[in-house]
Design a protein around this ligand. Structure first.
Ligand code: PXP
Length: 240
C-alpha cells in the first residue's frame, strides 16, 4: 500500500483569510485520519502565511497518525522540530515571493550542512526527507547526508504538456529506483491530483505521496472525508 500524507496547509489558508479560528486545522486532521490518511503534513513557512506555530503545537498534542513537518533548513525551524519531535521533517527550499514551493532543495550544494542537520534530527529520533527535483545528483547527495527518504518534486510532471509526460515520469522512475538502491524511501509530492496520480502510483518502489491543494479543493465539492478516500482508492488501484 502506498501511504498518503495529507497536507492540510490550505485549511489554515482559509482560516487566515479571515484571521478567525475557523476552519480548525486540528479538526481537518481528524477527518483525514478517520478517512484513512497515514500521515498529516504541515509546512510552517517563515512568513506564517498559513500554518501558525500554535497549529504545530496543537497537532503534536492531538494527532493519532504521524506528523510530517515540512520546513526550511533554518535555525528557527530546526529548533522547533527538535522540541516538537515530529515523526519526520521534510526539508524544502523556501522563498518569500513564491506562491508555493517552486523547486526542490539543492542538497548537492549543501551536503555538509545538511549532513549535520540530519544527524541532529536522528539524535532526537526524527526521520529526515529531502524534497528534491528528480535529478540523480540530488538523489546521490541526499543519500550522502544520511537522509532516510527523498520526496521527488512532481511539479514538473504535473505541469508538463501531454507529449512531455512520459519523459517526466521516466525521470521520476529513474530517481525513485536510485533512491531505493541507495537505501532511502522513495516519496513523491507536489501538484498531484485525481487527474494525474495514477501513473505516479504505478511507479515501482513508491512509498508515500503528500497531497494538499487538490484534496482541500475537492473537499469544497465532495467533503474532506470523500476527497481523502478517493485519493486512497487511486493509490490502491494503481500501485505497482
Ligand atoms: N510536498 C511538499 C514537500 C510540498 O512542499 C508541498 C506543497 O506545500 C506538497 C507536497 C503538496 O503539494 P500540493 O499542495 O500541490 O499537493
Amino acid at each position: 500500500m502506498i501511504e498518503l500524507g495529507v497536507n492540510i496547509d490550505h485549511v489554515a489558508t482559509l482560516r487566515q483569510a479571515r484571521r478567525e479560528g475557523w476552519p480548525k486545522v486540528v479538526e481537518a486532521a481528524r477527518v483525514c485520519e478517520d478517512a484513512g490518511a497515514h500521515q498529516i503534513t504541515v509546512h510552517l513557512r517563515q512568513d506564517r502565511r498559513h500554518i501558525q506555530d500554535h497549529d504545530i503545537e496543537d497537532l503534536a498534542q492531538s494527532l493519532r497518525v504521524r506528523m510530517n513537518f515540512e520546513m526550511a533548513a533554518v535555525p528557527e525551524m530546526i529548533a522547533l522540530a527538535h522540541r516538537i519531535r515530529p515523526h519526520s521533517v521534510c526539508l524544502v527550499p523556501e522563498s518569500r515571493e513564491e506562491i508555493t514551493t517552486e523547486g526542490g532543495l539543492d542538497v548537492a550544494a549543501r551536503v555538509e550542512e545538511l549532513t549535520a542537520l540530519t544527524a541532529g534530527m536522528h539524535e532526537r529520533g526524527i526521520l529526515v526527507s529531502m524534497f528534491i527535483d528528480p535529478d540523480l545528483a540530488q538523489v546521490e547527495a541526499s543519500a550522502a547526508t544520511g537522509a532516510d527518504m527523498v520526496e521527488l518534486h512532481t511539479g514538473q510532471y504535473a505541469n508538463a504538456a501531454e507529449a512531455d509526460t512520459p519523459a517526466e515520469l521516466e525521470r521520476l522512475r529513474t530517481c525513485g529506483d536510485a533512491a531505493v538502491r541507495l537505501g532511502m524511501l522513495f516519496n513523491a509530492g507536489h501538484g498531484l491530483s485525481i487527474r494525474n496520480l495514477a501513473p505516479v502510483a504505478a511507479l515501482p518502489g513508491l512509498h508515500e505521496v503528500n497531497i494538499g491543494h487538490d484534496i482541500i479543493s475537492r473537499a469544497i465539492f465532495i467533503g474532506l472525508d470523500s476527497a481523502v478516500k478517493e485519493i486512497l482508492a487511486i493509490l490502491q488501484q494503481h500501485a505497482a
